[in-house]
Design a protein around this ligand. Structure first.
Ligand SMILES: Cc1ncc(COP(=O)(O)O)c(C=O)c1O
Length: 354
């Protein structure tokens, strides 16, 4: 990549109170931009003050949703160092998404360099209260002014960041989830394994319905048989059934989560048997009724791990581990957050310092 030009803001914003940070509402002073034009490739990397874009109303992203994104975080350690967690994995996944959406790939090392350069410029925005972090949102949008359904010839790659609060400010509370039998998030052959905006648009209705019924998240079933468990909300999902760890296999409609991969690697290193396979909702509820569902949890960058305390499916309802966080879930949470915030060693080499 060419040298990244840096234009610093003349009007730095006041930093928000780190005690009251939510998620995705406050943005740091700068953003990274890189343009693509056919014949020229990716060009003009730059860091500029955070601000609106001007796009033609016919820009393809508005009509056919040719766009992909990523999500990762920067963490401040006790000695003030700022570090990233497995950013190369986000670079690879972004390119897998690009391939599916016919968007030209970005060299992995350029992605990581861009993230590091932007977080370095806005380093003061990385909060230091326990559990807080700087959320990083890279995304690519198709910008051709054209209503023809084809791949765009021009794109913008942008990265924005913003401080986010501790996910579990009031302690880890296991969540209630609802098995969604009507709407599906993704199907094999579609875009479920990518992070494209359309997947999330398709998931909103079921999420709203579950919330209306007092549930925190949707447990998604596969789109063909409506039988196999895929993900929970915007997280991957894992279960401890009869002593073994079981998680849905990556069939093409499940997002290959980086937290999922990290959990599997940790669990195997601790001697657990981990099965990546098809799991029916029936098997899960049967295991719960038989007292063999020891633990259930979601995995993702936002919450790291999110224990599941109750599950509903049509007229069935089960409680997992007495509605409490289980020991494996707790150990995964403690180990991953320890590595991310630098309070535990990083034997797998996952952390990248700025
Ligand atoms: C649909 C979906 N599944 C799973 C995940 C978890 O992925 P990761 O662990 O890489 O954050 C996310 C969040 O990024 C997601 O949006």
């Amino acid at each position: 990549m060419e040298e990244i030009k840096i234009q610093r803001t003349e009007h730095p914003a006041a930093k928000p109170d780190a005690h009251t940070l939510g998620f995705g509402k406050v943005f740091s002073d700068h953003m990274f931009l890189l343009n693509y034009d056919k014949g020229q490739g990716w060009h003009d990397p730059r860091i500029v003050p955070y601000g609106p874009f001007t796009l033609d109303p016919s820009a393809m992203v508005f009509h056919y949703a040719q766009e992909v994104f990523e999500g990762l975080k920067a963490y401040r350690t006790a000695d003030g160092t700022v570090q990233l967690f497995r950013p190369i994995d986000n670079a690879r996944r972004l390119n897998d998404s690009c391939e599916r959406l016919c968007i030209p790939p970005i060299p992995e090392e350029d992605f990581v360099e861009a993230v590091k350069a932007l977080v370095t410029v806005d380093k003061d925005w990385v909060p230091d209260l326990p559990g807080t972090s700087l959320y990083i949102r890279p995304f690519i949008i198709a910008t051709d002014a054209s209503l023809g359904v084809h791949a765009s010839h021009s794109y913008i790659f942008c990265i924005i960041t913003g401080p986010v609060g501790a996910y579990y400010a009031a302690g880890i509370n296991p969540v209630k989830i609802y098995v969604e039998s009507d709407d599906v998030r993704a199907v094999k052959g579609g875009t479920g394994y990518t992070k494209c905006g359309g997947n999330y648009a398709a998931s909103i209705r079921a999420g709203e319905r579950a919330e209306d019924q007092g549930y925190a998240q949707v447990l998604w079933l596969d789109g063909v048989h409506r039988k196999y468990i895929e993900e929970v909300g915007s997280m991957n999902v894992m279960f401890k059934i009869d002593g073994k760890i079981v998680t849905p296999m990556l069939t093409g409609s499940v997002l290959p989560g980086i937290t999922r991969r990290s959990c599997i690697e940790l669990l195997k290193s601790w001697g657990y048997e981990v099965e990546e396979r098809l799991i029916t909702a029936q098997e899960l509820f049967d295991a719960a009724q038989a007292g063999k569902l020891d633990e259930a949890w979601g995995t993702g960058t936002a919450a790291v791990v999110s224990p599941i305390g109750e599950m509903g499916w049509e007229d069935q309802h089960v409680v997992v581990n007495g509605g409490e966080i289980g020991p494996v879930t707790q150990k995964l949470y403690d180990t991953l957050t320890g590595i991310q915030w630098g309070t535990q060693p990083d034997p797998h080499g996952w952390v990248v310092k700025l």
